[in-house]
Design a binder for this molecule. Structure first.
Ligand code: SF4
Length: 360
């Protein structure tokens, strides 16, 4: 039954810390002025996280291969095996990248690559265990898309594969590959990626085995408002069941290829989505603003509109073009300029103040 909705009543529910449902979230998204959503999101953010601080982390992205068999319509990073620009990083090259990142304040790595069916399982296991033994770093990596295709290639059950990756050193998983959890949209953008239900099942299995991480949403293609709210609802339901998401990150698509049906998302629409994410995802503590894609000015504004974290300065990223900060010093300056005390945290949101009181 369709109920009659009033913005004032929804606002009161949010202020009373009551959970809003999908219909109410959609009504808010379609009808509420974005600044009112921003104010409500700021109130929620103050209840959930320290209103005086904003956090950041530092990690090295390792784009270990650009060979990919998936062919998402929006991606300009992928390469065919035969392409002269195709590459696979060796363990030595990866170690060299890590060595370069240490003086920049990083003790974490984030593996992100194409789905390369020619890599043997030992490639991953050897690198994971090598990094863990040599550096002791937190290793985040392998989206549900990569995990699904690895399992198929090596003919392993998903739980067994996740178990092997974890035993070799994997600590957490990214929310990548979700974009919009809607079959209609996925058929347009990336029909060869995993389906919505596969993405959800793999993520739940990762959480079950203790591999926590992040979730995200990427808007700016053919998605409808209803599909955006459905996506948030999928994330909230997973979190109710597993509690495995440390953070949620709204992104917008970048223009990477000419044939991709990309919509221009206005900044206030992005901020409205970020605010609705903060409000709707009442079971996720941390909302990150995608400074890398949206830029520093939106980053500062977002910290007053629901976000409490700016993620990481970009030490290396090839999949996306970066408009963000490129050093730890820049990250701290941005947060200070926005009126907050910068706090460094790990992937799992352990604040580094607890380990080193001099780091803030
Ligand atoms: S987005 Fe990822 S999975 Fe899709 S084509 Fe690019 S590298 Fe492959």
């Amino acid at each position: 039954m369709v109920k009659k909705l009033h913005l004032g009543e929804i606002y009161s529910k949010i202020r009373a810390c009551e959970r809003i449902d999908k219909q109410e979230a959609l009504h808010l998204f379609k009808n509420a002025p974005w600044l009112e959503v921003a104010q409500l999101a700021w109130e929620c953010r103050q209840r959930k996280t320290d209103p005086k601080t904003a956090s950041y982390t530092v990690f090295r992205i390792i784009n270990y291969t650009n060979i990919c068999s998936i062919a998402c319509s929006f991606c300009s990073f992928k390469c065919e095996q035969e392409n002269r620009n195709a590459y696979v990083l060796t363990k030595e090259q990866i170690f060299e990248l890590i060595n370069q990142a240490i003086p920049k304040g990083s003790s974490q790595v984030f593996f992100q690559g194409g789905v390369n069916p020619d890599l043997p399982l030992d490639y991953y296991l050897d690198i994971l265990s090598g990094i863990k033994t040599t550096y002791g770093f937190h290793i985040r990596g392998f989206s549900p898309v990569e995990i699904k295709h690895m399992a198929e290639t090596y003919q392993l059950e998903i739980p067994r594969l996740i178990n092997l990756l974890k035993a070799a050193g994997l600590d957490s998983v990214p929310g990548a590959g979700a974009e919009i959890l809607s079959e209609r949209v996925r058929k347009v953008l990336s029909p060869r990626k995993c389906t919505t239900s596969e993405w959800i099942d793999i993520m739940k299995e990762c959480h079950k085995q203790g591999l926590y991480g992040s979730a995200n949403i990427v808007i700016g293609s053919v998605e409808t408002n209803e599909e955006i709210i459905d996506h948030l609802d999928h994330v909230r339901s997973i979190q109710d069941e597993t509690g495995g998401f440390n953070s949620f990150i709204p992104w917008t698509f970048q223009a990477q290829t000419k044939d991709f049906p990309r919509k221009n998302i206005m900044h206030h629409d992005y901020l409205k989505l970020l605010g609705i994410s903060r409000i709707y995802l009442d079971n996720i503590n941390n909302i990150e603003v995608s400074v890398m894609v949206l830029g520093t000015e939106i980053g500062k504004l977002a910290l007053r509109m629901g976000a409490n974290d700016i993620s990481s300065p970009v030490l290396e990223e090839k999949v996306l073009r970066s408009f963000g900060v490129s050093s730890e010093e820049d990250a701290r300056k941005l947060i200070t300029a926005a009126g907050f005390v910068p706090v460094k945290r790990d992937f799992d949101y352990t604040l580094q103040t607890k380990k080193n009181p001099n780091s803030v």
